[in-house]
Design a protein around this ligand. Structure first.
Ligand SMILES: Nc1ncnc2c1ncn2[C@@H]1O[C@H](COP(=O)(O)OP(=O)(O)OP(=O)(O)O)[C@@H](O)[C@H]1O
Ligand SMILES: [Mg+2]
Length: 256
């Protein structure tokens, strides 16, 4: 089934107060951010999407795919599920070497070009993390950032999932600037739960959460887009300093 759009219909927040936006539509190709303080219900909202909620979760929200309830296959057959969810807390249980794990997954997904797809996945993952991973290493030996990078690459390339939910990648040692740049080349629905202004302002729109409920949907306007350019410069500078510190070098002045 080709996904064209996802609609989320309002439910309730933690105190039973209603979501203040009746209907939110994600169209194929959209990049969406979900923002709000800790505990405001951001992860719960993307859980509703991953579960194809049908008034059967604590939020009472309803999710429609192409104007209809999700087919049962989506939940019952992992290979039919269009949603990849990169969670806040991710660990691998398998200690297979990275390349064997990816080959097995590509085989299950019936990809005809297994070795090139695995190579592409590892290259993609290595652009997202500061420390490249070694394909011969066991999955359990990967760092937190490498694990998330590999999961994102796997979701985008091997699973080729049309809908990708990412819960706070900025805290995971992922190069988020690079991630945004790379991900935007793929025609998918990307939903970022984020505290990062750069990700939020690079999105098509952002959903604001408070106390478990959606309070508004904001589309970036001209002034915000101008500020976003300034934020990019500051962020690049911070990334530059972070790189120096990480590689054990001294920070020198005269840049600003
Ligand atoms: N609409 C809701 N109805 C009932 N409980 C909710 C609702 N939204 C969130 N909760 C509960 O509130 C708690 C915090 O929600 P959640 O983990 O989604 O917040 P968060 O914004 O992702 O926080 P963090 O930034 O710390 O990850 C969870 O226990 C969740 O089950
Ligand atoms: Mg969360």
């Amino acid at each position: 089934m080709q996904i064209k759009e996802i609609k989320i219909f309002a439910g309730v927040g933690k105190n039973g107060q209603p979501d203040l936006v009746d209907e939110i539509t994600f169209t194929m190709g959209d990049v969406i951010s979900i923002v709000g303080p800790t505990g405001s219900g951001k992860t719960t909202l993307i859980d509703d999407i991953a579960l194809f909620a049908d008034c059967n979760t604590p939020t009472r929200r309803r999710v429609l795919i192409n104007e209809a309830p999700a087919p049962e296959d989506f939940m019952n057959d992992p290979s039919q599920n269009p949603v990849a969810f990169i969670t806040q807390h991710t660990n691998f249980l398998s200690d297979l070497p990275v390349n064997e794990f990816l080959e097995t997954h590509a085989d299950i997904r019936k990809r005809p070009d297994i070795s090139s797809v695995v190579r592409e996945t590892i290259e993609f993952a290595n652009q997202l993390t500061g420390e490249p991973l070694n394909a011969e290493n066991g999955m359990t030996e990967l760092s937190g950032g490498q694990t998330r990078a590999l999961l994102i690459a796997d979701a985008v390339i091997i699973s080729n999932s049309p809908v990708i939910l990412l819960d706070e990648i900025e805290n995971a040692g992922i190069n988020r600037t690079k991630a945004l740049e790379l991900l935007k080349k793929y025609e998918k629905i990307f939903v970022f739960v984020t505290h990062d202004p750069r990700i939020a302002l690079s999105s098509d729109f952002r959903i604001v959460m408070e106390n478990g409920a959606v309070t508004k949907v904001l589309y970036p306007h001209d002034e915000e887009l101008a500020v976003a350019e300034e934020i990019k410069k500051i962020d690049d500078l911070m990334l530059h300093f972070r790189r120096l510190i990480r590689s054990g070098e001294r920070v020198t002045g005269g840049i600003i």
